[in-house]
Design a protein around this ligand. Sequence first.
Ligand code: HEC
Length: 194
Amino acid sequence: MSQDNNKDPKENHDDIESHEYDGIREQNNPAPLWITLLFLVTIGFSLFYLIHYFGYPGNERDQANEYAKSVAEWDTKMAEINAANQGEMPALTVAQMVEEGKALYEKNACMACHGTGGEGNSIGPNLTDNFWINGCSIENVMDVISNGRPTKGMTPYKNMMQEEEIKYLAIYILNSLVGSTPANPKDPQGEACD
Ligand code: HEC
């Protein structure tokens, strides 16, 4: 290589005395200070890391504990969010559901076949009397609105509204229409319900 190699090594480096064999001498070439320090720092860091993350009993920093901790944090957060949401949106009262149902009754043109006041007309039956062709439970009423009676001329609404809306309609019919006394009621059809 370069001629530098042939220079007397003693010029720059300490020989380690007695480390000579066949004219080959071992020399003391310490690594630069900065790299030695860096090396020591990595050792220090590894010790800190070992103790901190795998550590001593009770420090609870292993993965399972960290996971359990974040799940617990998330659960508390969700509980707060849910509590806050419930505060904003209280469950509807029956009166509110009746209101919703009334609006839906008008919006979906149920009156075309059942009359504005549910009195019935030449097409659909009276919804204010307590006589029912398909039963008077809320399930019966929801079923008729949802699936309709296509062969008898009642439209199925399940693809046009939410389950919740069908429930409001049924509640409106059972709690508000039934028992009311509209003008020109259609004659009862079906079975009396008790
Ligand atoms: C195109 C006409 C028509 C429309 C629109 C209509 N209905 Fe009907 N509905 C009928 C007919 C006809 C029946 C009778 C079905 C039968 O004989 O089983 C009926 C039956 C019902 C019954 C069961 C009555 C009973 O005695 O069992 C309910 C409840 C009802 N309709 C609610 C509604 C609601 C709520 C709407 C609006 C979302 C609506 N209907 C829209 C024609 C209609």
